[in-house]
Design a protein around this ligand. Structure first.
Ligand code: MFK
Length: 557
């Protein structure tokens, strides 16, 4: 009787031409030689032991036990076996630490992101607590708060699983996940403990609630409304006996995806907390955390896209229909190659933002690159998040009915991808952040976009291959159109500017992705006689780069 062979995974580093080719361009030979063993090891774990465990762990979910047998409120969260293992592996393999040990200067961040990219698809969004841990370490370091840096950072960046702490990020309240300035949590000075505040309020969406510490926002009594009236606080969630410090976990969220992540609603009932940096400007002070988690979001997007493709390409070799394996069917392969082009484009943007973070953290960033980092972070997050959902949906379809069946382990790819455009700033909120990062005000024309286009023009100077020259032209025209649109609307009807912000940000995102892809394709042709990236660039250039619509008036609903 017929038996279908399932898709399988090999070493996820060895099998990933895209990652290896990228690293061999950006890393000096010596650096690549030093980091490769760690990547091979993670690639092996991700394709073998962790992947098998992930399939076995499929039906497990975190549990919340609110009361013990004797009526004591305990609010104990237990995560699944996969997550327990993921925490240990993450610490030992330096999933956060690598970026802080700075063994390879600015490339340490690229190394860490490559590890995260390999680890993420086999650990059911354990990247969420890691992202927040990384973001909390970066935020505390940049706050200059010596006491908190000495107290917490060594735990957040250690490789010792016993000493390792994860961090939460408690921002969202019932008033809103986007308009954080509306937060209602109040901070009262403690009368008994110096330098301590007590927090009272309700946090409506706190991811990975098992963390030992959290960064959160609250309004010190008497402060004005809005984001400026909030302050950034550091919380240690448990006391020496392991009891929550005046925190009640009301319930776990019943989410579409990320089901392994214990996301909870909390009541803070006098939770002790310390100021991280001043008594105001909490929103501004928490932005280093947001920018790091947005980087992780982009890396997770490309990681899930790549996992889907690894399974789909493998399956295409094994699945026979209408007389031949799917891998010999032009239409099936054309579909997969389209997804590969999207993935490759997204990959280069996400890792370029990782490079910029690395330069910043190593203290080597130029003024231009610092500007690019600020502008491209929201653009990268919003562009790759959308691509991840599209690619995951198509990957499921490429399996036919099997892609819709839970115990293949495929549907989770789509469910988990769907969170990527939502959390850490929705597409629309990040489109507006893009305008904010460009310094756009109705009366003031920004030249920051010109800095970006000057940079992409420079990257494209050395393109010679005729196919790539044509693709580069598409990117350049899209960026020119973006600049023209912005110039046109910036001094006109503010509704036009806001209404077009998503199309503008997505166009810049896709155009920069194409530029980076073209640059890498030329390098691949020159150094490896490899035309695969060129094929992706050619295809991506014709897959909708310029999304701007030139309305003459603000369109009525
Ligand atoms: C898989 C990996 C991912 C892991 C995810 C972990 C799970 C976490 C689950 C969550 O979703 S946690 C919640 C995530 N929430 C958000 O991301 C909030 C989305 N909303 C925004 O980003 C809004 O734009 C924002 C809250 C920042 C707007 O608030 P305000 O009060 O209107 O801020 P305002 O006045 O625009 O900005 C305050 C200051 O911060 C300004 O600087 P100045 O004070 O100097 O003028 C801004 O320029 C600055 N700022 C804002 N965003 C910035 C920034 N600076 C740098 N980078 C940014 N991104």
């Amino acid at each position: 009787m017929f038996q279908q062979e399932p898709p399988t995974l090999g070493n996820q580093y060895d099998d990933d031409r895209m990652l290896r080719s990228y690293l061999s361009r950006v890393c000096p030979t010596e650096v690549l030689r030093e980091i490769e063993p760690s990547l091979k090891e993670m690639g092996h774990l991700a394709g073998d032991e962790l992947y098998q465990m992930q399939l076995e762990d499929r039906l497990n979910e975190p549990t919340l036990t609110q009361w013990d047998a004797w009526g004591n409120r305990i609010d104990k969260i237990e995560v699944t076996p996969l997550w327990q293992k993921a925490e240990r592996i993450a610490a030992e393999h330096g999933l956060v630490a690598t970026a802080y040990e700075q063994k390879h200067g600015s490339l340490s961040r690229v190394h860490q992101c490559a590890l995260a990219y390999l680890f993420t698809p086999s650990t059911d969004i354990y990247s969420c607590p890691l992202a927040m841990t990384d973001g909390a370490a970066r935020t505390l370091i940049s706050s200059g708060n010596k006491t908190l840096i000495e107290r917490a950072v060594p735990h957040l960046i250690t490789r010792d699983p016993v000493e390792f702490w994860t961090a939460g990020q408690w921002m969202t309240e019932l008033t809103g996940g986007s308009d954080v300035g509306l937060s209602e949590t109040i901070a009262k000075r403690s009368e008994s403990e110096a330098d301590t505040y007590l927090l009272f309020g309700r946090k409506w969406f706190t991811s990975a609630v098992g963390a030992q510490v959290a960064l959160t926002l609250a309004r010190p009594e008497g402060n004005p409304p809005g984001g400026r009236g909030l302050a950034l606080f550091y919380v240690e969630t448990k006391d020496e006996q392991g009891r929550l410090r005046n925190i009640e976990i009301n319930r776990l969220k019943d989410k579409l995806g990320t089901r392994k992540v214990p996301t909870a609603e909390l009541t803070l009932n006098g939770t002790p907390a310390r100021l991280v940096k001043g008594t105001t400007d909490g929103v501004r002070n928490i932005t280093p955390l947001l920018n790091i988690t947005r980087l992780w979001n982009g890396i997770s997007s490309v990681a899930l896209m790549r996992r889907g493709l690894a399974l789909a390409f493998d399956y295409a070799k094994k699945r026979v229909a209408f007389g031949a394996p799917l891998s010999e069917k032009p239409l099936h392969m054309d579909t997969l190659l389209g997804l590969r082009a999207e993935t490759e484009a997204a990959f280069h943007l996400a890792f370029f933002v990782a490079e910029l973070n690395g330069l910043s953290e190593a203290g080597e960033i130029s003024e231009t690159d610092a500007l690019l980092l600020r502008v491209l972070t929201p653009i990268m997050k919003l562009t790759t998040g959308k691509q991840a959902v599209m690619v995951a949906s198509e990957v499921l379809e490429s399996f036919g009915g099997a892609g819709y069946i839970e115990d293949t382990g495929l549907p989770v790819l789509l469910r988990d991808s769907q969170v990527l455009p939502i959390w850490e700033g929705t597409t629309n909120v990040l489109s507006l952040d893009t305008l904010r990062s460009l310094g756009i005000h109705p009366s003031e024309e920004s030249n920051k976009l010109a800095v970006l286009t000057a940079t992409t023009t420079k990257w494209l100077e050395s393109i010679r291959s005729p196919v790539l020259v044509k693709a580069a032209r598409t990117a350049t025209l899209a960026l020119e159109h973006s600049s023209d649109w912005l110039r046109e609307v910036v001094n006109g009807d503010p509704n036009m500017l806001e209404a077009g912000a998503r199309r503008f940000a997505m166009t810049v995102g896709r155009a920069v992705e194409l530029t980076l892809l073209v640059r890498h394709a030329q390098w691949s042709e020159d150094n490896h006689q490899d035309g695969t990236v060129t094929a992706s660039a050619q295809r991506f250039a014709q897959s909708g780069v310029d999304l701007i619509i030139d309305f003459t008036n603000y369109p009525a609903a």
